[in-house]
Ligand binder design. Structure first.
Ligand code: NAD
Length: 508
């Protein structure tokens, strides 16, 4: 069996190319280092730099948007669906062939554990396959006949779109946005997150090698306030698919107002997992812990608030604490690691700042609350202890704000009515998880919860045709299945007269 050192050496082989020269933008099918300005991306393992990355701004965005417009008008927007299908399947094949490389680079750039990233690369391939198969039918619409007219609708790609992604699981999330856009016939300018830009480069390379024409997918690296902002303001960019923080979503809406951008937002969450005494408690505990402590807790659909019925609260909290103490924090490339280092020292500061906030508010820090030893002492790397806050109230900051780390806040409730009230008393509404053996209550609660997605007696199990997205401050719009095409395409109605119907005359 490969040792951790073997795996690190293998990852290092894939990282070597990034260490050697500046990671470029990809504009109109060609690597482009723009103005020559760069920024560093560092590994969360030790905060040592991995690569210098080209830092784009308005000029690079303008070139990329123009390339995307040219590619849209002259080719991709008119490419038959079955040809788009074939290319997208080739991209999926290439992702599968390079899945290990993608996973290793992702782990070292984000700190996410290999046990999850290996699957995330493959899920990226599934996203391409799913939308590849839908490309030939994407423009199909409705037939809406009357006695005098045949009305029918078709869908046409909206044009070049901007995709702006966050740092938490960047490869998988990017494919989730880019695959449906390409399947719809749109061209794309992608602005990856500045804290984890590397796998965007791999995806762009894979797409080009698979035969995606130049200019159809462009990548511009850089910071939100310059490259990101310029993308949202560019007149050739017709829509922005954005995944990130709610506050950034508001900024993008303002920035895009002058050019009337269509926006699709997948934003933050403070998702409740509600556990009733009549639930299968063992399974509820497994799911609750998995949904907050996997992916470093840097997960928009994490079950960051556990609302537990008072009669089982103490026992549930005790059992959770025993498990959380045993979660293995370590190097992201170690197959045994369950939590890797968090993305950035600034994020560690944010996550740990809530410990004193929790204590001052009167919650109990039942487990964790400090830096963890990632194998080389507490000083190095962004390792934090998985943390459990118990005896919390829903009005505390630890229950209201998205911490986005391996941190669970546990709150008791008395009855169904109070569970709904507490669950809904936050600004977010992305996902809700419900554990009960009472089928009537499951339906009542599922309908009453303010969230775009509810899982009953389950953790987050995605089904690609199903809608994904949030309400309130968690987002606008839905991804998945045909919902993505509604965003990336315009619906056109065509009305054909069937007879010589009476046309009103004026001036006759
Ligand atoms: P962020 O909002 O800080 O950054 C996301 C992206 O937006 C980055 O590429 C950044 O450069 C860019 N950006 C920043 N300011 C911008 C501006 N003014 N104009 C244009 N672009 C700008 O988010 P983050 O910290 O990278 O990611 C974490 C957040 O993402 C969390 O809130 C998390 O819940 C959310 N998220 C949501 C989902 C979902 O599906 N709902 C999925 C994953 C992550």
């Amino acid at each position: 069996m490969a040792t951790l050192d073997d795996t690190i050496a293998l990852a290092e082989k894939h990282l070597a190319r990034f260490r050697k020269k500046v990671v470029p933008h990809l504009i109109d099918g060609k690597p482009d280092i723009g103005s020559g300005e760069t920024f560093e991306t560092a590994s969360p393992v030790d905060n040592a730099p991995i690569a210098n990355v080209a830092r784009g701004g308005a000029a690079e965005i303008d070139r990329a948007a123009k390339a995307a417009m040219k590619a849209f008008r002259t080719g991709w927007g008119h490419t038959p669906g079955d040809k788009r299908r074939a290319i997208l399947h080739k991209i999926a094949d290439a992702i599968v062939a390079r899945a290990d490389e993608i996973a290793y680079v992702e782990c070292m750039d984000t700190g996410q554990p290999i046990r999850y990233m290996a699957k995330a690369a493959l899920r990226g391939a599934e996203n391409f396959r799913f939308y590849a198969d839908r490309a030939p039918e994407a423009n199909n619409g409705l037939s809406l006949p009357t006695e005098t007219h045949l009305n029918y609708t078709i869908r046409q790609p909206i044009g070049p779109v901007g995709v702006i992604t966050p740092w938490n699981t960047p490869f998988m999330l990017s494919t989730w946005k880019i695959a449906p856009a390409l399947a719809a016939g749109c061209t794309v300018v992608h602005k990856p997150a500045e804290w984890s830009p590397l796998t965007a480069q791999l995806l762009a390379e894979i797409c080009l090698d698979a035969g995606l024409p130049a200019g159809v997918l462009n990548v511009v690296h850089g910071f939100g306030e310059d490259a990101g902002k310029a993308l949202t303001e560019h007149p050739d960019i017709k829509a922005i698919g954005f995944v990130g923080e709610s506050a950034t979503g508001s900024a993008i809406m303002r920035q895009g107002a002058a050019t009337l951008k269509r926006v699709h937002f997948e934003l933050g969450g403070k998702n409740p997992v509600i556990v009733f005494a009549d639930a299968d408690i063992d399974r509820a505990l497994d799911a609750c812990l998995f949904m907050i402590y996997s992916l470093n807790g840097e997960r928009c659909t994490s079950s960051s608030r556990a609302l537990v019925e008072a009669s089982i609260y103490d026992e549930f909290a005790k059992r959770a604490a025993e498990r959380v103490k045993k979660i293995k924090v370590g190097h992201p490339l170690d197959a045994a690691t369950e939590i890797g280092p968090l993305i950035h020292p600034r994020h560690v500061e944010k996550v740990l700042s809530y410990v004193s906030i929790a204590r001052q508010a009167g919650a109990t820090v039942a487990v964790g609350g400090g830096r963890a030893d990632g194998g080389k002492g507490k000083a190095s790397g962004n390792f934090v202890e998985p943390t459990l806050y118990t005896h919390a109230r829903n009005d505390m900051q630890i229950a209201q704000e998205e911490i986005f780390g391996p941190v669970l806040t546990m709150i008791p409730f008395a009855d169904e009515q109070e569970a709904v009230a507490l669950a809904n008393d936050v600004r977010y509404g992305l996902a809700g998880y419900l554990w009960t053996g009472d089928v009537g209550r499951a339906h009542r609660m599922a309908q009453a919860l303010d969230a775009g997605m509810i899982w009953v007696n389950s953790e987050n199990v995605r089904h690609l045709p199903a809608p994904f997205g949030g309400v309130k401050s968690s987002g606008i719009g839905r991804d998945g299945g045909d919902y993505s095409f509604d965003f990336y395409m315009e619906t056109k109605n065509i009305a054909i007269a069937l007879d010589n119907h009476k046309i009103p005359k004026i001036g006759a």
